[in-house]
Structure formats: structure tokens, C-alpha cells
Design a protein around this ligand. Sequence first.
Ligand code: UDP
Length: 241
Amino acid sequence: MPLSTMKRVLLKLSGEVLMGDQQFGIDPAFVMELAKEVKAAKETGLEICLVIGGGNIFRGMAGAAQGMDRAQADYMGMLATVMNALAMQNALEQIGVQTRVQSAVQMDQVCEPVIRRRAERHLEKGRVVIFAAGVGAPYFTTDSGAALRAAEMRCDALLKGTSVDGVYDSDPKKNSDAKRFETVTYSKVLADDLKVMDASAVALCRDNNIPIVVFSIREQGNLARVIAGEGVQTIVTNEKK
Ligand code: UDP
């Protein structure tokens, strides 16, 4: 499907983009910039589901590497994603975009639980739905959460906004000859272990035929360009080109 004909998308932002130029945590000014990008995308008429990572605050693997119990550390990571979701909700509502946060770990005082039919209704009413806490289980990541919600909400694509402008055949930070793919198949991503999303997320998208669009969210206006089909990105699909 051409990107410009999409009706509903899931936008996944890694936690690190919320740091702005900081080394850790949340930079409210940068979160506001991201919120403006989301608002501009919404104004094109798209229905938007959002999933935000937690790596700017806590990653379970990092905790486990320092001797913590992995599952316990992952629960902390999931809570970090809820903090990021609330920060994004705050920024979006400050600029007039109505939102609801739905968390896979129930937190009644803070946000709604994940209820698909309710999420559908929010989208119909023009609200952005922010899905927090990934899949709600340890040993997963928010990439898997994003793939799961994209399938569940029947999104036309999973847009992965990150710090690089697509998928490369090797690490562009280490290799100046690294080449960016315009399109690449799920099978190649999995077979060559290309750094897109973790394997379970890629497999879920492959099995449900959800294109993954990898692009840089750090450049102003890029999300709108990608949605218009004009941006710099890599599209991961089943089609061989
Ligand atoms: N996490 C988890 N289950 C999930 C989603 C997230 O356990 O379904 C935990 C995991 O510890 C992960 C952390 O939350 O490291 C933050 O998420 P992620 O690493 O995906 O964030 P990102 O890299 O996108 O910022």
C-alpha cells in the first residue's frame, strides 16, 4: 500500500528520542517537538496509535547485566514506558490533541487498561491512543508491543521513528560505506540480523503483513514527509523488489 493512502498507523518512538540532547530521562521541550510532529500527522486525517519505549529511563537487560533479576528489571522498564506515555500525553494535550493512555499493566488511577474496543472508539472520536507498558510481560520489548498493537488495531503500517533514517546493510556509525535499503524483506532482516526491531516484533509484522517503515524522527517535519510518501525511509515488507 502506498504510504500516502494509509488510514490508521501505529507510531513507535524509542525512549531515547525523548531525551533530546540529554544523556538520560525526559526533555520536555523535545517531547513537545515530537508532539507537534504527531499533531501535524494527525491533521492529515490519519488515525494514530502511539507506542513509546522506555530506554531513556530503564532497560531490563541493563538491570540484568548489573545482577538484577531479569523479570524484576523488566517490570521496572515497563513502568518507565508508562512515564514516557504520560509525558507525551501531557505534551499532546497542551497543543490541543486529545489522547488516552492505555497500559498493559493495570494502573487505574493513572490511565486506562488496554481494551481494544475502547481504543477503537477513541480513534473514531479523533483521539490519539498511547499504548504503554509494551505487551505487559517481561522478556519482551516495546517493539513487540508495537507490533502486537499494530496487528490488534489493524493498522496499515508500523512507523518506527528512531535516530537513524532507515535500515542499513551495516552500522552507518561505524562504516562510512554502509548502504541504506529503500525496501527490504522481513526474511532478509531476520536472516541477516539487520538492526530494525527485535526478531519477535519483525516476525509478528511479517505474519500479519504489516509494513514496517523505519525513519528518523529527529528531523523536523520528517514524519509528515514519510506519511506523504516523500520521506527518506526504509520499508520492510514481504515484497521482493
Ligand atoms: N519491557 C518489557 N516488556 C514489554 C515492553 C517493555 O519487559 O512488553 C521492558 C524491558 O525491560 C525493556 C524496557 O521495558 O527494556 C523498555 O522498553 P524498550 O527497551 O523496548 O524501550 P526502547 O528501546 O524502545 O526505548
